[in-house]
Design a protein around this ligand. Structure first.
Ligand code: PHE
Length: 443
């Protein structure tokens, strides 16, 4: 199988769907509502949206550009653009970050599949909130179950990557992403028709100045990186598959809009339901797994709602794991190309899968690794990767930035280019420093 033959998405929509598939994931549906719930709802939402506009957008464009202009994956992109090896550490950081995220991401995706199976077989039916809480603990204490359900998405992801990018990733994303949106709209409709849902909407959409704290700002910034898949090469890799003539700015805007819509819809589904049934929005990571099934029990169509919800959680997770694994697969293919033992795509998929399963097993048996990888990837590695890329383009290769910002109007062109460079050079590094210090507990 030729690795070069099919390494471009066949359409612009394909790339947008795949990149949105990467961005939209557990970060939107599992993490966003519980972090927003813990950080005052509306206050978090406002800061999050500001972060997305201020540095999510320029960083997303930057990553796409690095990939598109170099035509290389995270392995070769920095070398191709700078012509030297001084930035190679960034390539390795991207690959390492992908692995660290995959360790815990596959564990949580395994929980989603576990709950989907239980929703389909109605195993959760009739359980009280306390029983559901105990059930979540039981799942976490059964290593075999966690490994089994964790390996399932690894195999599914590897199955998609087994094919060329436009046969596997592109085709699947074009089906799954619209399906995900339809399912979410359906669920939001069901929830909004419930009595008492307005309190949840108020919590989510009302900006209460008293809730506005430095911690909220930090959490929102970290969530912005994680949710948009910024700083670990996924978007560089997809950028390299961008069809000729695709506009980086327009594509970035579309991906951001889709990612934000899904996060908002997740909040619109979860908070009204939480409030309507008197649960605590600051429940934490269990919010989706304990509170929601309890809520589904009280709804008119409990089986259908829970099957729909966990199905969409699994869909969102899989399109993200695909992009995570693709970073490593493309990296391996490119790093070994032209060497004594070049590896083709399928060999790279096999090697990556074995390594990921080993990591998954480690995460399950050593809970510290699980907790540690979540914290280290979101609060240290992704911000550092993004910082490296911002400095690389903003200070080293700002010419790339200049050429890429090309709106039609002249004054906008100048204004946009200057703003873009200013953000990349100053705002992004400063913001990242704050996130990392916060993540390390210094602030
Ligand atoms: N953005 C994904 C989410 O929201 C997580 C992710 C991070 C995926 C990095 C790929 C790369 O769940």
């Amino acid at each position: 199988m030729s690795d070069r033959k099919n390494t471009t998405f066949s359409s612009k929509v394909g790339l947008i769907m795949a990149a949105a598939g990467s961005a939209v994931g557990l970060g939107n549906i599992w993490k966003f509502p519980y972090i927003a719930g813990e950080n005052g709802g509306g206050a978090f939402l406002v800061v999050y949206l500001l972060c997305v506009l201020l540095f999510g957008m320029p960083l997303l464009m930057t990553e796409f550009m690095i990939g598109k202009r170099s035509g290389k994956s995270a392995y070769g992109a920095f070398h191709a653009l700078s012509g030297n090896n001084r930035w190679q550490w960034l390539s390795w950081l991207c690959m390492l970050t992908a692995f660290v995220i995959m360790g815990f991401y596959f564990v949580v995706t395994g929980w989603c599949f576990n709950y989907l199976v239980e929703a389909v077989t109605n195993a959760l039916g009739g359980l009280s909130a306390q029983e559901l809480n105990a059930h979540f603990d039981t799942i976490q204490s059964s290593n075999i179950r966690m490994i089994g359900f964790g390996i399932l998405p690894v195999l599914l992801t590897a199955g998609v990557l087994w094919f060329d990018v436009n046969t596997g990733i592109e085709r699947l994303s074009k089906v799954l992403m619209p399906l995900l949106l339809i399912l979410m709209l359906l669920m939001a409709g069901v929830v909004l028709m419930m009595d008492g849902s307005s309190a949840g909407m108020r919590f989510f959409f009302r900006f209460d100045f008293a809730q506005f704290t430095p911690r909220v700002v930090m959490e929102a910034m970290g969530q912005c990186f994680f949710s948009l898949s910024i700083g670990m090469g996924a978007l560089i890799t997809y950028g390299a598959y961008m069809p000729k003539g695709q506009n980086v700015i327009a594509t970035s805007v579309q991906v951001i809009v889709l990612d934000t819509i899904v996060a908002l819809l997740a909040g619109v589904i979860i908070f009204p339901a939480v409030f309507a049934f008197g649960f605590d929005p600051a429940e934490g990571p269990e919010l989706v797994f304990v509170v929601l099934p309890a809520i589904f029990e009280k709804m008119t169509l409990p089986w259908l709602s829970s099957v729909l919800f966990f199905a969409l959680l699994c869909i969102a997770a899989i399109t993200s794991t695909i992009s995570l694994m693709e970073v490593v697969v493309a990296f391996i293919c490119e790093a070994t190309a032209g060497k004594k033992h070049p590896l083709n795509r399928r060999q790279a998929v096999l090697i990556t899968s074995v390594l990921v399963i080993a990591l998954l097993v480690t995460c399950v048996f050593v809970p510290e690794v699980f907790n540690y990888s979540d914290l280290v990837s979101a609060c240290v590695m992704m911000p550092l990767g993004a910082l490296g890329m911002a400095v690389f383009v903003g200070w080293r290769l700002h010419k790339i930035g200049k050429k890429s910002v090309q709106p039609n109007e002249k004054w906008i062109k100048r204004w946009a280019r200057m703003f873009y460079l200013f953000v990349l050079r100053f705002i992004v590094p400063l913001a990242i420093l704050l996130i990392v210090l916060n993540g390390l507990g210094v602030l």
